[in-house]
Unconditional design. Structure first.
Length: 146
């Protein structure tokens, strides 16, 4: 390939990768900003202190996350029992879910690579609630991009 063409293509690839990484971070920041606006609007409409509304929303969110985690643990146990994954892979997935809760925004390619590196065929886990992308909180610890 021509060197004059190769350098701009490499530069374009780097910009595209950086843009994708930034968009995940920007998206998470955008979501937080929208949540804050919604809390303020709810507090105003209901005539409540904003901190009380925020505390209630945080409690609901934590409860939903706990319910989802319990559901996923049950689904993974069934996948282990069905021979789809090993007990070790189940623990890896649970650890990855916890990591994704702490650091949201991982992209589809990274998740696929991670699963492949750990010998996990995510296509076989769709029946167990992973990677369906049916809304926020689905997939791997809130990451439905699988």
């Amino acid at each position: 390939m021509n060197k004059k063409l190769l350098i701009p293509l490499v530069a374009l690839g780097i910009v595209a990768i950086a843009g994708t990484a930034y968009s995940g971070v920007a998206s998470a920041a955008n979501n937080e900003e929208r949540r804050g606006e919604m809390v303020g609007q709810l507090a105003e409409k209901l005539g409540l202190d904003q901190s009380k509304v925020q505390a209630a929303m945080d409690e609901i969110r934590a409860s939903r996350q706990a319910d989802r985690k319990a559901e996923m643990e049950g689904n993974l146990s069934k996948a282990v029992a069905d021979g789809v994954i090993t007990a070790e892979q189940k623990q890896l997935l649970l650890d990855k879910m916890a990591e994704n809760q702490a650091e949201p925004g991982e992209n589809r390619g990274e998740m696929r690579d991670w699963a492949e590196d750990n010998g996990i065929d995510m296509s076989k886990l769709k029946d167990y609630g992973f990677g369906k992308g049916q809304g926020r909180g689905q997939g791997l610890g809130g990451c439905q991009n699988m």
